[in-house]
Each structure stands twice: as structure tokens, then as C-alpha cells.
Design a binder for this molecule. Structure first.
Ligand code: ADP
Length: 302
């Protein structure tokens, strides 16, 4: 059942249309991703959902509430992790939770929350003395302190080291399993692939695709890719003559061959016939990144 409905959303900044007719629905209990390059309009979109910005067109409904008309009511059921949120350096973890908690009628058990986020020993630590990962976890705790039904998390793991990112992902799955519906704004493919049930791919203010990560990948999965280091030089035409091969690219000592079904067998047998040994042979899976490039003509990795 959809508990968030966004229809034909439009937001202008002066003459610039940052969000240009965006529509999507989020079901209860979903982790719904909004993925796109910087400047695509992701944050503006979720700010209109949160009621932090007024829209210029379209409609938004969150749990039956209109963020513009019912903002006060909506904030009681919505948890918001602000992008790069900074707190005063001297505010202690426990004080921050009490302060944010005071905005809500219903509050989470802060002891449990701090324990779940691995911050139970940090209750008295000032914000300025926390590590980047701890600050990030605190911002998630603050988004959850009002026991929200919907949480909006923006650039969840920016600036975290790999282990802290994986821990944060586990945590978000736990939050979802506890019944919270999550909108996740991200420009990280791996994060989107790992966490999201469905994804809206946004580019230049428009949704260019909306599907599960697997569904998005499947759109380009007719392609296969084989990568190897040949033992002897050979002309591209040797492989390009094969019906299975679409492209041959050179990357330093490596050859990367893209093509259709049975690519590996076809490439391996023609190399064998020509006494070429393929070292470091790898078959590469099509990733969400490939799907993104196919959909938008851009790469996200900057
Ligand atoms: P994203 O979150 O995908 O990076 P944003 O929603 O922050 O994108 O921004 C979308 C576009 O709107 C960008 O080109 C950005 O420069 C512009 N923009 C964002 N906020 C404002 C603002 N307050 N005034 C003018 N332009 C803005």
C-alpha cells in the first residue's frame, strides 16, 4: 500500500526548473531510493515531500497528509536526516537527543536508540569530539528519535570509511525491519543496489527510470563483458568478426570485449585457435552503474 504519493511535482528556483514533473509512490515498509548525479534535483524533491519547501506544481501526500497544508502534523510522523547536518560542537549526544525528542509527541526509547547505534558510551560526549562516523550515526539517531513512520535519509554514508558504511547499511535494514518506511537519497550505486527495494533514477529534474535494482540492471543485462590480458598481440578484427562480439576496447595490457550471449565461449575458442593465451580472464557482471550510464548517458562516479 502506497503511503507516499508524489504526482507531477514541479519546483522552480527563479527561471530554473529543478524538479520537472516527478511522480512516484512509496509503499509501506519499503526502502525507496532516489539516485542521481549532483544537481539532479534529489534534495529538492525530498524537501517538497518533507514540507521544507513549497512546490510550484503537482501534489504530494505522505500518510494522507499534504506537507504544505498539514506540515505540523506531518513532522510528528516524519524523521529527517539532514544532509551534512552540523550541531553546535559543545552540545552533548544525550542533550541533542533530548532536544530533538522534545519536538515530538511520541519518543523513541533513547537508551535503546543509542545502543542500537553504538553510541551508548558517548552520551556525555560533545558533538565536536565525535568521529565522522559517530556524528553520522547521531544524525540517524536524531532522525529516529520521534519514532517516525517515515524516515528520509539524505546522503547517508557520505564521508564514512568502508566499514562504517557497511555498519550503517545494516542499521538501516534494521530500522526498516522495525516498520519504518525509508526514502534514501544517494549518489552511490553500491548503496542503492544493496539497500533499496526500488529506485527512482533522477537526472535533470526528471525520473528517467523507476524499478528494482535488479530490474534496472536487467535492462542492460543482454550485454556481457569479458576482460583478459593476451599473451600475444592480435588485431581487434579477430574478435570483431565474431557475431557474439559488439565492441573491443583496449585498457593498458588488457582487452575488454563486450557482446551478447555465449561471449566467453566464442572469445575463448577464437583465441585458442590462434594460440593466444588469455591471462587474468574475467567475466564482468553488468552493474547498476552500467544501467545508469545506459539510462542517462552519464557516469555517477566522479
Ligand atoms: P541534488 O540533491 O540532486 O544534488 P538539488 O535538489 O540540491 O540536487 O539541486 C537541484 C538544482 O537546483 C541544482 O542545479 C541546484 O544548483 C539548484 N538549487 C538547489 N537549491 C537551490 C536554491 N535554493 N536556489 C537556487 N537554485 C538551487
Amino acid at each position: 500500500m502506497a503511503i507516499i504519493e508524489v504526482k507531477d511535482l514541479v519546483k522552480d528556483y527563479g527561471n530554473f526548473r529543478a524538479v520537472d514533473g516527478v511522480s512516484f509512490e512509496v509503499d509501506e515498509g519499503e526502502i525507496f531510493g532516489i539516485l542521481g548525479p549532483n544537481g539532479a534535483g534529489k534534495t529538492t524533491t525530498v524537501e517538497c515531500v518533507e514540507g521544507l519547501r513549497n512546490r510550484d506544481g503537482g501534489s504530494v501526500s505522505v500518510l494522507g497528509l499534504d506537507p504544505e497544508r498539514d506540515g505540523a502534523e506531518l513532522r510528528q510522523v516524519l524523521g529527517i536526516q539532514l544532509q551534512e547536518s552540523r550541531l553546535p560542537d559543545r552540545l552533548r549526544v544525550g542533550e541533542a537527543l533530548d532536544l530533538y525528542g522534545s519536538f515530538y509527541r511520541e519518543r523513541a526509547n533513547t537508551d535503546q536508540l543509542l545502543e542500537k547505534l553504538g553510541l551508548d558510551a558517548k552520551r556525555k560526549t560533545p558533538f565536536g569530539k565525535l568521529s565522522g562516523g559517530q556524528q553520522q550515526r547521531l544524525s540517524i539517531a536524531l532522525a529516529l528519535v520521534g519514532n517516525p513512520r517515515v524516515a528520509v535519509l539524505d546522503e547517508l554514508t557520505t564521508g564514512l570509511d568502508p566499514q562504517a558504511r557497511r555498519d550503517t547499511w545494516d542499521l538501516i535494514e534494521e530500522v526498516r525491519d522495525s516498520g519504518v518506511t525509508i526514502i534514501l537519497v544517494t549518489h552511490f550505486m553500491d548503496e542503492a543496489e544493496r539497500l533499496c527495494d526500488r529506485l527512482a533514477v533522477v537526472d535533470s529534474g526528471k525520473i528517467v527510470a523507476l524499478d528494482t535494482p535488479a530490474g534496472l540492471t536487467a535492462r542492460v543485462s543482454v550485454e556481457q563483458r569479458v576482460r583478459f590480458r593476451p599473451s600475444a598481440a592480435f588485431p581487434d578484427s579477430l574478435l570483431l568478426d565474431l557475431p557474439e562480439v559488439a565492441r573491443v576496447e583496449r585498457s593498458g595490457p588488457h582487452v575488454v570485449v563486450t557482446g551478447g550471449e555465449n561471449l566467453l565461449q566464442a572469445v575463448a575458442s577464437v583465441l585458442a585457435r590462434n594460440q593466444i593465451v588469455a591471462a587474468d580472464l574475467r567475466v564482468e557482471q553488468v552493474s547498476l552503474d552500467d544501467a545508469f550510464v545506459a539510462l542517462t548517458g552519464k557516469s555517477l562516479e566522479n
